[in-house]
Ligand binder design. Structure first.
Ligand SMILES: Cc1cc2nc3c(=O)[nH]c(=O)nc-3n(C[C@H](O)[C@H](O)[C@H](O)COP(=O)(O)OP(=O)(O)OC[C@H]3O[C@@H](n4cnc5c(N)ncnc54)[C@H](O)[C@@H]3O)c2cc1C
Length: 405
């Protein structure tokens, strides 16, 4: 046996690194396991494909953890507005006018905050958190993969790719949607794949549009823009797998012309395409987040349709709740690996995560569909959102992490 720890976090992605840092002020002896470390930041690097829209609540957490100032000094893109509409907005004449009236625009001003959020590259968030950990005495970052987990309520043994083993009374899963920890502890999951893939394309646009993120609903899936620094943007094209395969097979010239012909007019022209990749869309919810000696956080507990960019924002809310529960238990002298303590974390997070996932499912089903009654229902919804200010403000406060469901 190579090491005994009070707590072992499997996965040093954005969520795992944040949870380690959130417990850096305790006396706990912690190991953070990550199989591949992100490259250090350099300003001349091209922008990564994997980016996230971070809510004000996530930014508060990163600020408390000391990583936000670093990110601001690297590369971020704040946005103040978010616009959502249906395909018909681009139509000409009376039909177009009616649809334009149904477009809903949310603004930071509506809830008196300076920004609705920031778009940041996932690697940079992870890197800033890991850099912040480097001066922390009670957390050991181990760069190694997990080969096997022998879960037991009293003490779990984690075997690493290098042949070393760790032993701990509390294992925290932050190892993403395919969580090995979740399987080892038999916590179970309800999961399915949506009938769409998401293609992410980093482009440079002719028009500057850095203060807004927008999403156009289309019967075959949404088309979205997330602004990136400079005149760059991350486009997301959701569509059926065979259509995405076709798009992935195109050279950049063909793809550029296809985007210009199929994205809403407000995108304008594309100067150049830097990179693209496609991602499967999975919906996953763990049947239980905890058991004696184990807790799931972030994508290990829930994977959500990314159409409203809530995945890691929910993960950061898990981190804040878990950290509170552990700190309180330490003050009370309770065992942090006990079901009684860990249950408090599950109780604080499960319902809100589930409601957000259900809301995304509802949007997905309502908007990725050409059936007439559903079209009526969504026009009603967009129309309501356009005129009913209190409802719009409530939705915005929930999306920003200011209010909970
Ligand atoms: C197309 C797309 C767009 C998205 N956009 C947004 C957005 O705008 N906003 C948002 O909030 N969310 C977004 N998300 C979701 C977001 O990316 C995820 O919720 C987030 O990455 C989850 O973070 P995590 O740390 O829980 O898991 P992960 O990012 O999956 O990290 C898990 C970590 O664990 C490590 N690991 C796994 N297994 C092992 C092992 N056996 N041994 C050692 N290490 C291991 C991995 O190397 C990795 O670093 C999007 C997702 C997709 C697919």
């Amino acid at each position: 046996m190579e090491g005994n720890y009070d707590l072992v976090i499997v996965g040093g992605g954005m969520v795992g690194a944040a949870v380690a840092l959130s417990l850096a002020d305790t006396e706990l002896k912690i190991a953070l396991l990550e199989r591949s470390l992100p490259e250090a930041f350099s300003a001349d690097q091209p922008m990564d494909l994997r980016v996230s829209a971070l809510s004000p609540a996530s930014i508060d957490l990163l600020n408390q953890l000391g990583a936000w100032q670093t990110l601001l000094s690297w590369r971020t893109c704040p946005y103040q507005r978010m616009r959502v509409w249906e395909l018909d907005e681009d139509a000409e004449g009376v039909a177009g006018q009616a649809a334009r009236n149904l477009a809903t625009e949310f603004s930071a001003q509506d809830i008196a905050i300076p920004e609705l959020g920031y778009i940041v590259e996932n690697r940079l968030v992870q890197r800033a958190l890991l850099d912040q950990l480097s001066g922390v005495g009670n957390v050991t970052l181990i760069t190694d993969g997990v080969e096997r987990i022998d879960y037991s309520a009293a003490s779990t043994i984690i075997e690493l790719d290098s042949g070393k083993s760790l032993m701990t009374p509390l294992v925290v899963a932050a190892d993403g949607g395919q969580s090995m920890v979740r399987d080892a502890a038999a916590l179970g999951a309800h999961q399915w794949d949506y009938e769409q893939l998401a293609m992410v394309i980093n482009v440079e646009t002719v028009l500057p549009q850095q203060d807004i993120t927008w999403q156009q609903f289309h019967p075959s899936g949404p088309r979205a823009l997330l602004p990136l620094p400079g005149s760059n943007a991350s486009l997301v094209w959701y569509d059926a797998p065979d259509r995405i395969q076709q798009l992935m097979a195109m050279d950049f010239e063909q793809l550029k012309a296809t985007i210009e012909a199929n994205f809403p007019k407000r995108l304008g022209g594309i100067q150049s395409i830097q990179t693209r990749a496609s991602f499967p869309l999975r919906r996953l919810h763990a049947q239980r987040y905890i058991d004696e000696g184990v807790a799931l956080l972030g994508d290990a507990a829930h994977q959500i349709n990314p159409l409203a960019g809530q995945g890691v924002n929910l993960g950061f809310q898990d981190v804040a709740a878990f950290s509170d529960v552990i700190h309180d238990a330490l003050v009370q002298g309770e065992s942090i690996s006990s079901v009684d303590v860990l249950k408090r974390y599950e109780q604080r997070r499960r319902k809100g995560n589930l409601l957000m996932m259900q809301a995304m499912d509802l949007f997905y089903r309502l908007f990725s569909n050409q059936r007439k009654p559903l079209k009526l229902a969504r026009n009603l919804l967009l129309g309501l959102a356009a005129v009913a200010k209190p409802a719009r403000i409530k939705a915005l406060r929930i999306a920003s992490g200011i209010d909970r469901f």
